[in-house]
Write a protein of this length. Sequence first.
Length: 97
Amino acid sequence: MKTVGIRELKAHLSSVLRDVARGDVYLVTDRGRVIAELRSPEAAAWTASPEQVALARLAATGQLRVAERPAQAYPRSPLKLEGGGLSRKLIDADRDE
């Protein structure tokens, strides 16, 4: 069972639906709370262990927060400041250097 946030689901809908067609099950979350479950129609007879059923029930009621993928790091700026930028000049001026 995988989790996906609403924003990520919208961005990668085709990929998620391909995974669901292959048999994966996704829990859709909104701010960490499970709001929907995506599974293929053939998976209606899905057999889960008692632990999986209990965890899914806790996640659906909001008593359990399902782990999510870590957020992507911000990309590095393409700008390169040589010899220090404005902040460096302000600090030097403040220190009378």
